[in-house]
Design a binder for this molecule. Structure first.
Ligand SMILES: [Mn+2]
Length: 269
């Protein structure tokens, strides 16, 4: 039985597949009632008083912080790791280091997902953008190392970005970063679109797998689509995965019902 985690946004978010967006008190109550052990928060500004209140309340509720998702900086502000523009870089780097600081007391993961942005322009432009993304992750990971905080790179499907779609590309990127506290986040919703063989891809991540989001093929709670989760759960056992099973889904039919379905399904695995 894996520890369970639920992905929420303490603030209203432009990124849709999050439960209880802007309703963190209801999220924490639901998490405790349903038996979740941890919350995964999607954070735009770590200094937002709402984010700080939610962070403190998690402790009071006896919940852990499993991971901090960072994509809102790109989805809401347009700030990306691939960006070369100096002003944007300064603001984004400052914010990412503050997010590492927020993760530190929890030893939570910092997710490198949508925040990487996309590749645009000529081949040499794209090579520069890729290099900037690698160097950014190196910089944040070096800041995170003394706190025992790791970064988790998440492959995302082709309809959302053209940078790091598959597990193989994610693992290559992690190799390019070359630091021990950088690993992989596997999200089964994206894998279902990109991977030829989900089980084989998951297996290939081995001990570099730091975090797992079990989200179904239609981005609903696990069990409401057609992904073979029992097969993937047996791969996790095989590779000795000891992280969380997290649910990051659309709030359909509503946040609470989706949260209930996910943890009941996780418990059945
Ligand atoms: Mn995800």
């Amino acid at each position: 039985m894996y520890r369970s985690s639920m992905a929420i946004s303490p603030t209203p978010a432009d990124f849709a597949p999050l439960l209880f967006a802007g309703e963190w008190e209801a999220a924490l109550d639901a998490a405790v009632t349903l038996g979740y052990e941890a919350i995964e928060v999607s954070v735009r500004d770590p200094d937002d008083p709402v984010v700080i209140s939610c962070n403190e309340a998690m402790r009071e509720h006896g919940l852990q912080l499993s991971a901090i998702a960072t994509g809102q900086s790109f989805y809401s502000d347009g700030w990306a790791l691939t960006t070369g523009e100096r002003g944007v870089r300064t603001r984004l780097d400052e914010r990412m280091l503050r997010i590492v600081d927020m993760a530190a007391p929890w030893k939570a993961l910092v997710v490198i997902g949508g925040v990487r942005g996309t590749l645009t322009g000529s081949e040499s432009d794209q090579a520069d953008q890729y290099r900037r993304a690698v160097e950014s992750v190196q910089y944040y990971a070096q800041h995170a190392q003394p706190f025992d905080v790791s970064l988790a790179v998440e492959p995302i499907n082709r309809y959302e970005t053209n940078l790091l779609n598959t597990i193989e590309q994610g693992l290559q990127f992690i190799d390019d970063v070359g630091l021990d506290n950088v690993g992989l986040l596997a999200d089964t919703f994206h894998m279902n679109i990109e991977e030829a063989d989900l089980a084989a891809s998951l297996r290939s991540a081995g001990d570099r797998l730091l975090h797992v989001q079990f989200t179904d093929s239609n981005r609903l709670a696990a069990g409401w689509g057609h992904i073979d989760f029992p097969e993937l759960a047996s791969v996790l056992h095989e590779i000795g995965y000891d992280g969380y099973l997290s649910t990051e889904t659309l709030p359909v039919p509503d946040s609470r019902a989706a949260a209930r379905q996910a943890i009941e399904f996780f418990t059945s695995l």
